[in-house]
Design a protein around this ligand. Structure first.
Ligand code: AMP
Length: 212
C-alpha cells in the first residue's frame, strides 16, 4: 500500500458504507453479498461462513457450534456477538462492511448498535431480500445435494425457516422504523437480483466503487 492509498482508506472511514443483507435462509444472501462486496469495495462478512469454517477446521468454537448448526438452531448470542466484534475490529472493516446473516436476534441488534456507536458509526442501509418460501425450500434442497452441506437436511431446512420467521423476521421492522430497509425482490437470476440491489442502493446515493 502506498501513502496515497493509506490516505484514501483513512478518508473513507467516516463516510464508509455499512450494510446489512437480510432475508430468509436460501434467499441468495451469500451470493449477493459477495457481489455487493466486490462492487462497493467493502468486505462481506458472513457469520454462517465463519462458523462453518470453524466447524470444518474443528476449532474449539467449531466443536461447540456444530450440533447447534446441524439442528438448524441459532448459535448463542454471546458467541456470535464476540465473533462479530473480533471480525469488525480487523483493518479491512474500518472503511465499511456488509454483514450477511447478522444480526439475527433482538439481542444481536442491540449489541451491533452499541458496537457501532462506540466506533462513531451507523448503518447506511439494510438490503432485504424478499423470496417465496416454497421457492426457497426448493433452492436449499438443491444446494444440499450440490454442496453436501451437513446442516441442510430437510428437517433442518424447515426448522431454519421457522426460526428465521420467529427470531429474525421482527428485526426487519426494527430497521424499517429507522428508515433503513430497502426491500428487493430476490427471485430471478443472480444478475437480475444484483441489478435490483444496485438500483435500491443508488436510491440512497450509494454507488459502486469498482470501475464497471
Ligand atoms: P447461514 O449460512 O447464515 O444460514 O448460517 C448458518 C448457521 O450458522 C445458522 O443456521 C446458525 O446455526 C449459525 N449462525 C449464523 N449466523 C448466526 C447468527 N447471527 N446468530 C446465530 N446463529 C448464527
Amino acid at each position: 500500500m502506498t501513502d496515497g492509498d493509506t490516505a484514501t482508506a483513512a478518508a473513507s472511514n467516516s463516510a464508509g458504507t455499512r450494510l446489512l443483507i437480510v432475508g430468509p435462509p436460501g434467499a441468495g444472501k451469500g451470493t449477493q453479498a459477495v457481489q455487493i462486496a466486490e462492487s462497493y469495495g467493502i468486505p462481506a462478512i458472513s457469520t454462517g461462513d465463519i462458523f462453518r469454517a470453524n466447524v470444518k477446521n474443528e476449532t474449539p468454537l467449531g466443536l461447540k457450534v456444530k450440533a447447534i448448526m446441524d439442528a438448524g438452531d441459532y448459535v448463542p448470542d454471546s458467541l456470535t456477538n464476540e465473533l462479530v466484534s473480533d471480525r469488525l475490529a480487523q483493518p479491512d472493516a474500518a472503511g465499511g462492511f456488509l454483514l450477511d446473516g447478522y444480526p439475527r436476534t433482538a439481542d444481536q441488534v442491540v449489541f451491533l448498535d452499541e458496537l457501532l456507536a462506540a466506533r462513531g458509526e451507523a448503518l447506511t442501509a439494510v438490503v432485504q431480500l424478499v423470496a417465496d418460501r416454497d421457492e426457497i425450500v426448493e433452492r436449499l434442497r438443491k444446494r444440499a445435494v450440490d454442496q453436501g452441506r451437513s446442516d441442510d437436511t430437510e428437517e433442518a431446512i424447515r426448522h431454519r425457516q421457522d426460526v428465521y420467521l420467529r427470531e429474525t423476521g421482527p428485526l426487519i421492522d426494527t430497521y424499517a422504523e429507522r428508515g433503513l430497509v430497502l426491500p428487493v425482490d430476490g427471485l430471478g437470476s443472480i444478475d437480475e437480483v444484483a441489478a435490483r440491489i444496485d438500483e435500491a442502493l443508488a436510491s440512497r446515493g450509494i454507488r459502486p466503487t469498482a470501475s464497471a
